[in-house]
Design a protein around this ligand. Structure first.
Ligand code: NAP
Ligand code: GCO
Length: 265
């Protein structure tokens, strides 16, 4: 019996994966046998990503593409299909956040976050679905968030986008499950990446950032999680082992959603 967790012979397209969570997920998928394709907005970041993958012994293929630009996405998916092959696994990872109190946030800023974190997963999923349907299988994994379930100050646009991404995940499952396509989400907890670096910056007196201490108290393991800890769940959702899992958001949060938080001393 073949290994149901293997990704041998599969092509995985991970958006925004020059570094951070995308890079960690792509690296885990490569170790499971997948051929990795990724994109980033700037050539210099694609080059940086290619060097990092090479350093990790991964022969990845990179494309410059802004995931919010539908024409560019369609052109890139066409190029991937011609140059690498039909995409079996899509990870909608690319994302931004703007931490601004809602009443101070411009509509332009709000729209930009929605554009990258919600509209883009729609655009990229729409671009890869026809070939998945033709091929008779496909996996789409949307990188959701704690903010798919919870709100907090200053992240109104991001929470709206990630809440919407949870429902887009469920709708792709509902609309395309009959074509043997599984669409699930991963909801990471608080992960040590450039996106959260401002929340972990040491204070001028050398003490921990208040938000850093807050998250440590809200996480049962009393620590921030690492990007690499998302790779195993992503490989599971990308593999045949999860063919009966659809429309599910797998929270990889160290237990945050289950925990009221440590009582302050
Ligand atoms: P990150 O370090 O900021 O990396 C985001 C990546 O997305 C970068 O490579 C970025 O490229 C790329 N990107 C942004 N806008 C893009 C666009 N329009 N087109 C193409 N690529 C674009 O973020 P991360 O922490 O790795 O997060 C990755 C995903 O996980 C995001 O969806 C984020 O919302 C989600 N997430 C993160 C955490 C966390 O704690 N870190 C937790 C839950 C969910 P550039 O450098 O060129 O902008
Ligand atoms: C924030 C953080 C979070 C994480 C992640 C949590 O400002 O609260 O950036 O939003 O990025 O989404 O799951």
């Amino acid at each position: 019996m073949s290994n149901p967790f293997s990704l041998e012979g599969k092509i995985a397209f991970v958006t925004g994966a020059s570094y951070g969570i995308g890079f960690a997920i792509a690296s885990g998928m490569a170790k499971a046998g997948a051929k990795i394709v990724f994109n980033d907005i700037k050539q210099e970041l694609v080059d940086k990503g290619l060097a990092a993958y090479k350093e990790a012994g991964i022969d990845a293929v990179g494309y410059v593409c802004d995931v919010t630009d539908e024409d560019a996405v369609n052109e890139t998916v066409k190029k991937i299909e011609e140059e690498v092959g039909v995409i079996d696994i899509l990870v909608n990872n690319a994302g931004i956040i703007k931490r601004i109190p809602m009443i101070e946030m411009s509509a332009k800023d709000f729209r930009q976050v929605i554009d990258v974190d919600l509209n883009a997963p729609f655009i990229v999923s729409k671009a890869v679905l026809p070939s998945m349907i033709k091929k008779g299988h496909g996996k789409i994994i949307n990188i959701c968030s704690m903010m798919s379930e919870l709100g907090r100050e200053t992240v109104s646009a991001y929470a709206a986008a990630k809440g919407g991404l949870k429902m887009l995940t469920r709708n792709i499952c509902s609309e395309y499950g009959e074509f043997n396509i599984q669409c699930n989400g991963i909801g990471p907890g608080y992960i040590e990446t450039p996106q959260t670096a401002p929340l972990r910056e040491r204070q001028p007196d050398g003490s921990r950032h208040p938000f850093d201490s807050f998250i440590v108290a809200k996480t049962p393991a009393a620590r921030w999680l690492k990007p690499e800890e998302l790779a195993g769940p992503a490989v599971f959702l990308a593999s045949e082992a999860s063919n009966a899992v659809n429309g599910h958001i797998l929270y990889v949060d160290g237990g945050i959603l289950a925990y009221i938080g440590k009582q302050p001393k």
